[in-house]
Design a protein around this ligand. Structure first.
Ligand code: NAD
Length: 289
């Protein structure tokens, strides 16, 4: 693999490959930029199809964190980590401790926290061996609810800007992903009177949203075709791409997912289609406050 030539390599300061045979840990820590301060960004656990896919995810996510922390006015740089493997089977105390030891070796240039498939109890285990984490229970806690509120406020601001309305009653929103952030976002939107169209790979979350928010459940692929005002990507990245842009009827994209655009050129395609895009690293940055 030609590392320095990868399209997503952007002069990252440091990329560390960590492994621990005993616990099965395989992780990549990417420190993109520390000009403003230590790199801060969550840890994602995902069953990547290849090591290269994991590396590209870490590179893209860490770069996004540099933008996010800078835009939020924080004295923090951008970094992110990924642990490779299926969250349903690989989690163990030993694995999270080994990850904490890996953080110790970077010695504070990178601080980790929760991201997809990493919970506050996982971070609590990491925290038993290293101080280099944030988002711990009793301190800043799970960032999900703060991100959900920030994303909701970002959608409100986008609706005001694009549709010139303050009231969200009857606003139609398609939410992709009902996890820690997406589900909380749905709560805010439902309270504000919005009509929700939702999808997820997790049937239990869909059933709950249908009951609690009177949400209309649609299939994973149909989410792009919904006749809605807002498309809210709240699962993984790259959902805005050559295949999906022409299908979107929404005039606004506002969601918490990181790296929503598959490629940088897709921002121009959105402008050409008359779609207002609330940049992911702005709308999902609120949890730091
Ligand atoms: N947690 C935070 O505070 C935070 C902050 C900023 C950005 N983000 C980003 O927001 C996104 C969601 O984070 P989260 O913490 O809610 O994660 P989460 O793991 O709690 O939720 C993700 C949800 O997406 C669902 N999902 C996975 N693949 C899907 C698919 N193909 N289609 C539809 N749904 C799918 C999962 O089943 C899950 O319900 C991620 O991109 C994350 O990087 C999270």
């Amino acid at each position: 693999m030609a590392f320095f030539d990868l399209a997503d390599f952007d002069d990252h300061e440091q990329v560390v490959f960590c492994s621990d045979e005993a616990s099965g840990l395989k992780a990549i820590i990417a420190v993109h930029n520390t000009n403003l301060g230590p790199a801060v960004g969550g840890c994602r656990m995902w069953d990547y199809a290849s090591d290269e896919e994991a590396l590209v995810d870490a590179l893209r996510l860490s770069k996004g964190m540099t933008y996010k922390n800078a835009m939020a006015g924080l004295k923090m740089g951008g970094g992110k980590s990924v642990i490779i493997g299926d969250a349903k089977s690989i989690k163990s105390e030993a694995l999270f401790k080994a990850f904490g030891e890996a953080l110790n070796r970077i010695n504070g240039r990178y601080l980790s926290a929760e991201d997809v498939n990493i919970t506050t109890s996982d971070i609590a285990i990491v925290n038993t061996v290293t101080p280099f984490v944030t988002g711990t229970e009793g301190k800043s806690g799970n960032p999900g609810p703060f991100t959900a509120l920030g994303t909701f406020l970002g959608i409100k601001a986008s609706v005001k800007h694009k549709l010139n309305r303050d009231d969200l009653t009857g606003l139609k929103v398609a939410v992709q992903g009902l996890g820690s952030v997406g589900y909380g976002l749905c709560e805010h939107l439902h309270k504000a009177g919005a009509k929700l169209y939702v999808t997820d790979i997790n049937q239990a979350a869909l059933d709950k949203a249908a009951v609690e928010f009177d949400a209309t459940v649609v299939s994973l692929d149909e989410i792009y075709d919904q006749d809605v005002d807002v498309y809210s990507p709240c699962a993984l990245g790259a959902s805005i791409n050559d295949k999906t842009i022409s299908r979107l009827k929404a005039k606004i994209i506002g969601g918490c997912a990181n790296n929503q655009l598959a490629e940088p050129r897709h921002d121009k395609a959105l402008v050409d289609n008359g779609i207002l895009y609330a940049p992911d690293y702005v709308i999902n940055a609120w949890w730091h406050h």
